[in-house]
Design a protein around this ligand. Structure first.
Ligand SMILES: CC(C)(COP(=O)(O)OP(=O)(O)OC[C@H]1O[C@@H](n2cnc3c(N)ncnc32)[C@H](O)[C@@H]1OP(=O)(O)O)[C@@H](O)C(=O)NCCC(=O)NCCS
Length: 396
């Protein structure tokens, strides 16, 4: 079948449907997010991160035995191979955690005994190892850079509880561990966002899923994507002593800067995850007896929405990063680990999408992504420009 050329360019693929998927669905007008048929609100209330990860990978909810087996497989895989831990100890201590994670993913590939096995089952097992390893890289790196030894994982804790335990070295408050588990559910997938698309694009070349996951980490690190949560926290810290929040917001927008954690490429109304996180931020502030960050977030949200309204941009609303910042901060997560924590959750969605892409589970057959571009550079005809020897060239 001849492929018709469609000219849609320089808009970051907004509104362009590039593939079918069975994994997640967003209704940006109504603020709906669905994973494999289930609404995010219901999963946040009733599910656990590992159950949600299984759902994303397997297209249905697990039964008890499947979930227990999945949890055991994750627990068995959490130990980092020695040489990777060794490598981490050699890195400059001021390395950004997202750079460390992006570097660690291909190192993990090298220790995967099934790397060359491209069967679906092997890719599922590789996904389990990635879901187990990513948080351990993040917590190990944080402890190494602070001169602290590793904390062995504790099988009695949830995935989120174990993250807090291995990061902080103290027993997590069960309510806080549950809240973090909910955060991980909320961030686990989000259709064809930039990092997921990067993962899918890489594996469409038949590269292994570690290559795709490394690309996903790189894409997630940017401030317009997963990097926004840490930037929101920076903004809140800066605004703590500020008396005129509305004036600050107006100046930022007037000067062409973006209010981090606001706006979304797909949602034109409130991001449903932000609504859950806003309530979590309020609840956590009340529990910990410090509502400062929640109150400040509310003030910034109000001021920004008013300002956007005045400028005819009323569809810009808080996204998931806006309230996850204060939530993570109150949980004791350092600012520069907020985006790596996002990766600890999104790794589940990335793996589900990479498997779907590799095995064409939502389309007729696998297809290599290969868009067109329009050349707008120098052109001297099909024979090319006349090449001048180096001595004859003088650039001004
Ligand atoms: C996420 C984001 C890239 C989506 O943007 P988008 O809907 O595709 O739209 P664009 O980037 O084309 O922006 C459209 C307009 O809205 C403005 N805008 C969008 N988000 C804005 C924000 N957070 N603050 C101020 N202005 C914003 C843009 O400046 C642009 O204005 P212009 O038309 O006058 O040039 C954008 O909202 C953003 O940069 N948000 C801040 C970063 C963030 O929170 N990222 C996490 C996303 S989950």
């Amino acid at each position: 079948m001849a492929v018709e050329t469609v000219r849609v360019k320089n808009i970051g693929l907004r509104g362009v449907t590039v593939a079918d998927t069975r994994i997640s669905f967003i209704d940006g007008e109504k603020g709906v997010l669905i994973y494999r048929g289930y609404r995010i609100e219901e999963l946040a209330e009733k599910s656990s991160f590992l159950e949600t990860a299984w759902l994303l990978l397997n297209d249905r909810l697990p039964d008890r035995q499947q979930l227990e087996s999945f949890s055991r497989q994750i627990e068995r895989s959490v130990e980092l191979p020695d040489y990777i831990y060794e490598c981490l100890t050699k890195l400059p201590k001021d390395s950004a955690p997202m750079d460390v994670l992006q570097a660690a993913v291909p190192l993990l590939a090298m220790s995967d005994p099934e790397l060359a096995d491209e069967s679906r089952d092997a890719n599922l097992r590789k996904s389990i190892r990635l879901i187990a390893w990513v948080p351990v890289v993040v917590t190990s790196w944080h402890r190494i850079r602070n001169g602290l030894g590793p904390v062995p994982s504790d099988d009695s804790l949830s995935y989120a509880g174990n993250f807090l335990w291995q990061l902080q070295g103290k027993r997590p408050d069960p309510e806080i561990a549950r809240d973090l588990d909910i955060c991980l559910i909320l961030h686990a997938d989000h259709t064809f966002n930039a990092s997921t698309f990067a993962c899918r694009e890489v594996v469409s070349t038949r590269a292994h899923i570690y290559a795709g996951a490394a690309a996903g980490v790189g894409a997630l690190s940017g401030s317009l994507h997963g990097g926004a949560n840490a930037r929101v926290m920076k903004m809140l810290a800066r605004l703590e002593p500020e008396k005129d929040i509305a004036g600050w917001v107006k100046r930022e927008i007037d000067e062409g800067r973006r209010i981090m954690g606001m706006g979304h490429a797909v949602y034109k109304t409130m991001d449903p995850r932000a609504a859950i996180l806003r309530e979590m931020s309020r609840r956590l502030g009340a529990k910990l007896g410090d509502k400062k960050w929640y109150d400040l977030s509310i003030q910034v949200e109000r001021a920004a929405l008013e300002e956007f309204e005045k400028r005819g941009k009323s569809s810009i609303k808080p996204n998931c990063d806006f309230y996850s910042a204060s939530v993570y901060h109150m949980m004791g997560i350092p600012d520069d680990l907020m985006t790596p924590l996002f990766a600890c959750s999104r790794i589940a969605g990335w793996c589900a999408h990479m498997i779907e892409e590799k095995f064409a589970e939502a389309q007729e057959k696998p297809a290599l992504y290969r868009p067109e571009s329009e050349y707008v550079g120098h052109y001297c005809g099909n024979m090319g420009c006349s090449y001048q020897p180096l001595e004859a060239r003088k650039n001004v």
